[in-house]
Design a protein around this ligand. Structure first.
Ligand code: HEM
Length: 400
């Protein structure tokens, strides 16, 4: 196996519809596989779990020896204690399920929005699951939660696209200058998006309303207040996270169920299985395929020494299909027991939007499933988005 080109093949757009055979090759090649550019790829469940919990691994791209950026990242890519402080200050509305958090209180609104979107689902029609359903729902919800006008979507969609394109995992491209240019465009888009969100928050100063930007800017306790820069970075992170991930979970759910009519039928007759089906989707077709970490010192992982400052790509989607951890991992099984997947990551950066994403996916799929009985996929595989790290269909045409 040519391990030198494995990351290049995984990120190659031609393999976007089905990267899973490449992940199997990666796991065969060893827990830790060194790439031609010196970076490492890790695809086995237990090693990924260990590394996500290892304080010697940094999430901060400024600790990279090559390709480091000067721009201070949002807390998703900061280390403790700074990461912990910002995470704790900004996660209050995202309580666990059934807690009185703001997110749980949004169930009614999410139901109502889903109901409105379902009205377009008439038998005989062709719809795009992405544009007509899976995209508008999470975008509208994150706008309401943050306090961003829904009609500004074309504006922040363009920034969001640029930021996630710049943050994608790619084999080293410094020789061509591409990566540097893309990085600069990403930093610029983050700056503009941050300024836009700070301006929105400022308008709410002194006139508190029921949204997160207002809560950030009207925080009475100085110890709990965010700086302008922290507010900008956190609001950008939340808007992008609420915008680019749940769409793929809902779309991947429809795709998986239309490919496996017996599972669709099963969920139609047993809707109580839906929460477990969503967990299984997060394992089987996760929206986030890879994350990067950087060793803060040289150390040994499963017999390979990784060196300080070198990029280590953790292939979460490969860990989710590791046969050493999951029985028959390539089978979609909504009754799978002990399903501790990496769909929301693991360790200190575990996704705190998970309760919201789960409510949205359960509501959306619960409303769609009754309409999918006689539906068929117009194109399989569907066209995919360019991004290898945040992977999902760009469109999913379905004939109802
Ligand atoms: C299906 C939808 C979603 C998926 C699959 C997902 C996945 C993930 C993953 C894998 C991470 C860990 C990243 C890492 O370890 O480097 C993460 C972190 C995060 N997610 Fe999500 N996410 C989703 C939805 C959301 C939503 C709706 C929000 C908020 C509105 C959100 C906010 C965050 C935040 C703030 C972090 C950083 C946490 C930290 O660094 O402590 N996510 N997400």
């Amino acid at each position: 196996m040519d391990s030198e080109t494995l990351l290049a093949r995984i990120t190659d757009y031609a393999n976007r519809p089905n990267p899973y055979p490449l992940y199997a090759e990666l796991r065969e090649a060893g827990p830790v596989v060194r790439q031609a550019d010196g970076s490492y790829l890790v695809g086995t469940y237990h090693e990924i779990a260990a590394l996500l919990h290892d304080p010697r691994m940094s999430a901060d791209p400024r600790t990279r020896t090559r390709g480091a950026t000067a721009f201070k990242p949002p807390f998703l890519r900061l280390d403790d204690p700074e990461h912990h402080r910002l995470r704790a200050l900004t996660m209050r509305p995202f309580g666990p399920p059934h807690s009185p958090g703001r997110v749980d209180a949004m169930r009614g609104e999410i139901d109502q929005l889903t109901g409105e979107l379902t009205e377009s689902l008439q038998a005989g029609r062709q719809i795009d699951i992405v544009d007509d359903f899976a995209y508008p729902l999470p975008v509208t919800v994150i706008c309401r939660l943050l306090g961003v006008p829904r009609e500004d979507e074309p504006l922040f969609r363009a920034w969001s696209d640029t930021v996630v394109t710049a943050a994608d995992v790619r084999p080293e491209e410094d020789a061509t200058g591409d990566a540097t240019e893309r990085g600069a465009a990403g930093d610029q888009a983050r700056r503009e998006m941050g300024q836009y969100l700070v301006d929105l928050a400022e308008k709410r100063r002194g006139g508190p309303s029921d949204d997160m930007l207002s809560a950030f800017v009207n925080e009475p306790d100085p110890a709990l207040r965010l700086t302008r820069e922290e507010l900008a970075e956190t609001a950008v992170l939340l808007l992008i996270a609420g915008h680019e991930t749940t769409v793929n979970l809902i779309t991947n759910g429809v795709l998986t169920l239309l490919r496996q009519p017996e599972q669709l039928e099963r969920l139609r007759s047993e809707p109580g299985l839906l929460p477990r089906a969503v967990e299984e989707l997060l394992r089987y077709e996760p929206p986030v395929h890879m994350r990067e970490r950087i060793p803060l010192a040289d150390f040994d992982i499963a017999g390979t020494t990784v060196s300080q400052g070198t990029s280590v790509i953790l292939a979460l989607a490969s860990g989710n299909r590791d046969p050493r951890r999951f029985h028959e991992p390539d089978r979609f099984d909504p009754t799978r027991p002990d399903n501790e997947h990496f769909g929301f990551g693991s360790g200190v950066h575990l996704c705190y939007g998970a309760p919201l994403a789960r409510i949205e996916a359960e509501t959306a799929l619960g409303a769609l499933i009754p309409h999918l009985g006689t539906a068929r996929l117009v194109q399989d595989p569907p066209p995919y988005r360019q991004n290898a790290m945040l992977r999902g269909p760009r469109h999913l045409l379905v004939q109802l």
